[in-house]
Structures are given as C-alpha cells and as structure tokens.
Write a protein that binds this ligand. Structure first.
Ligand code: ADP
Ligand code: MG
Length: 380
C-alpha cells in the first residue's frame, strides 16, 4: 500500500510525502455500556488507512483518494467544505484542529485504506485519526492524544453528520500491538491489557445485514437504562449512570420498574462485570474464560437486551457448534459482524461452515475478516 501511495504522490505532486497511518478497531467486550457510563474494551487492528502528506506552501489542501480514484481541493475556512463525503473527513480534521488553536496550512496528500467500509470496524475513525495525528506532527501543535481522538469525534459530529461516542477514535489513536484498552466511558480513564492469544485467531464474520430497527430500538434501550438508573438512584444517590449500580441494587427496585426495563438493566450491569472478568482472565492468559464471557455477552444481547437478530444468532450458534472459544455480536446489534475467538485448528472448519450454511439459510454469503491487534495512529 505504501508504494502505491508514494507512486501516486510522485505522479501528482512530483516528490515523496511523509507516511502516516492509523487503524480500524474491534471491541472485544463491553457493548451498550458506553452511554451507561461503563467500560468498553477496544483495540486497534491490522487494517487501516495510510496517507502520504507534505506541506505545499499554499492555503489549499490537495487530496487524492486512491480507493475512490478521486481528487479534491479545498481551502481551510469553514465555508470551504468539500462536496465529496470522504474529503469532509479530512476537511473536518483540519477545521477541528484549527478550532483548538492548532496551526494547519495547505498540504498535498494521497491516501488509501483496507478497512472494509461500514462493516463496524470504523474505517472513518481510522481516516480521522491518521490525519489528526499527521497534522499534529507536521505542524508541531503539541495536541495530546486524547484531544486528537476528540478531533476525530467532533469531525464526525460537525462535518459528517454522525453523532458517535469516543470509543472508535480513542482506540484508533491509542491502539498498541498486542494490547486491548479498557476505557471507562464516564471518567475517560483507561488501562492497557495484554492480548496475545497464541494458538487462537480473532475473526469477524460479517452478516452483511443491517436491520431498520436499529435507531429507534437504540433510543428505547437508552430510555430503559435511564429509568432503571433513576429508580436505583433513589436508594443509592451515588448512582449517576446505570453502570455505577450493583446487581443487588437492581433487585431492590424490581417491583418499581417494568419487567422490560429490568432485563435491559440486568444486561448492562452484567456486561460491566464481564468486562472486568475478561480483563482478569487476560492477565492470567486465560483465553477460554475470555471466550465464555463473549458467549455470555451474546446471550445477554440476544435474550435480555434484545438487540440481536436471526442472522447473528445463527452465526453465534454455529460458532458454538464448531467449538469456537468465544463468539458474540459486535457493535450496537441488529446486524453487522460477530467477533470470534477461535483456535487455529478449528478456524478452517468453522469458517467454511459459516460461509456455506449462512448462505444456504439467508441467500447471501457472509464476509470474513481476520484481525490482529496492532498499532494505532503513527508515523512510519
Ligand atoms: P465505518 O463503520 O467503516 O466507520 P462510516 O460510514 O462511518 O463506516 O465511514 C465510512 C466512510 O469513511 C466512507 O464512506 C468514506 O467517506 C470514508 N472512508 C473510509 N475509508 C476510506 C478510504 N479508504 N478511502 C476514502 N474514504 C474512506
Ligand atoms: Mg464510522
């Protein structure tokens, strides 16, 4: 990829650029915990965005997307927002850097990537963090890494129309090879944990479906969580978010909240504990326990939180059948990928069965992405 990018950069701009890269991400466990002030547990992956960049002495950005084979030129003022969606990510990062007092002048760039778009691996965060990191380095702005992640998040909010949380950009800025990062979404404290599953592979199976239910269901789940938290708060004023609550505190309010709100809250409180259990297990190199927790999360998302779907439950069941160590739906639900931790020797039989049987059942093949936990934003 690096050579393709440099070659194009030479052709367009007559020299070589400096090479920067960043990564997409997975989240091993900790789903629907972010808006409940709980933990998520992401890591950067070996699929990302790479860009060649060089200051050009003008006040214009000249950007070329290799994957779309499109060129775009834009200024750095608010009214210069480009027409192409992909260019808005680059423009947004420039603007958000400037808004934070950073210096950004015109530059030339060529970039490409290998994160599948819209598959739940956050190609957009990879793109934002590549440029946020690069501009910070090139213009010596001294912006800290957390703020670089926020530059990416604000880019989505203000220039791409996506009201996302901080996890994706955080993972892609802070990612380190062989490490997952537990992020506390309330305090933003984070901690690295080793993730070196020797003898196992991490593989995503993409159902390639997205059910319409997703956004209305999401709002309803949030409401349930807020209601449960409010009921618990009456007895335990320290509960700001549902994730602050102990399981027994939920039992105390069982009669006061609806059965539906109760099981939603049961999932969230359970999921908080599972993240902690997975972290403990990783410190012991105990990947079997990690896998079991992933299955428990799937069960919770399917039966308690009710954000799974037929296709994802099918893939999860198949994983069990083929002795996959851990498997669960990754992301908000109602479609997208399952994330699977599978022993090397069971990989082939599982993946061929998943492809064949899923297609027989649903009429289209799933996509398969192998991932390795790798470095996030960096200069090469
Ligand atoms: P994801 O879940 O992968 O982040 P999004 O819809 O949030 O999906 O972001 C995908 C968008 O990000 C693409 O439509 C495109 O505008 C931009 N993008 C991501 N990767 C690339 C790439 N390699 N080249 C150009 N644009 C990209
Ligand atoms: Mg995205």
């Amino acid at each position: 990829m690096k050579e393709r990018i440099q070659t194009k950069f030479q052709t367009l701009f007559g020299c070589e650029g400096d090479i920067y890269a960043s990564a997409g991400r997975i989240n091993l466990i900790g789903e629907h915990t972010d808006y409940n002030g709980g933990f998520v547990f992401p890591g950067a992956i070996d699929k990302g965005i790479m860009a060649a960049i060089k200051v050009n002495g003008t006040n214009k950005v000249k950007a070329y997307s290799l994957d779309y084979d499109e060129y775009c030129e834009f200024g750095l003022n608010e009214e210069d927002k480009p027409a192409q969606a992909w260019a808005c990510y680059v423009f947004g990062v420039c603007r958000e850097t400037i808004k934070r007092g950073g210096k950004v002048e015109g530059f030339d760039c060529v970039f490409a990537g290998d994160v599948p778009l819209g598959a739940g691996l956050s190609s957009s965060a990879a793109l934002e963090s590549t440029f946020a990191f690069a501009l910070n380095d090139i213009f010596q702005n001294g912006i800290d890494k957390f703020e670089l992640a926020k530059i990416g998040q604000s880019t989505e909010h203000n220039y791409c129309g996506v009201k996302c949380g901080i996890m994706d950009q955080f993972a892609s800025c802070f990612g380190k090879a062989g490490c997952l990062i537990r992020l506390n979404c309330k305090t933003l404290e984070y901690k690295y944990f080793p993730f070196n599953p020797k003898g196992y592979r991490l593989v995503l199976v993409d159902s390639c479906v997205k059910h319409e239910l997703a956004s209305s269901a999401y709002n309803k789940r949030r409401e349930s969580c807020e209601k449960a938290a409010a009921a618990i708060r009456k007895n335990h004023p320290e509960v700001e978010f549902l994730s602050d609550a102990k399981r027994i505190w939920l039992d105390e309010v069982r009669e006061e909240i609806s059965q539906e709100d109760f099981i939603r809250a049961e999932y969230v409180i359970g999921e908080m504990q599972r993240v902690l259990d997975v972290c403990d297990a990783l410190e012991r190199d105990d990947y079997e326990t990690v896998g079991e927790m992933m299955y428990q999360t799937h069960f919770g998302m399917s039966k308690l939180y009710e954000v799974s779907c037929e296709e994802l439950d099918f893939l999860n069941k198949l994983a069990r059948k083929y002795d996959v160590t851990g498997s669960r739906v990754m992301g908000g639900g109602f479609g997208g990928c399952t994330i699977n931790l599978v022993k090397d020797e069971l990989y082939e039989p599982f993946i061929s069965a998943a492809k064949e049987q899923f297609e027989a059942e649903f009429g289209h093949a799933p996509k398969v992405y192998d991932v390795v936990i790798s470095d996030g934003a960096r200069k090469l």
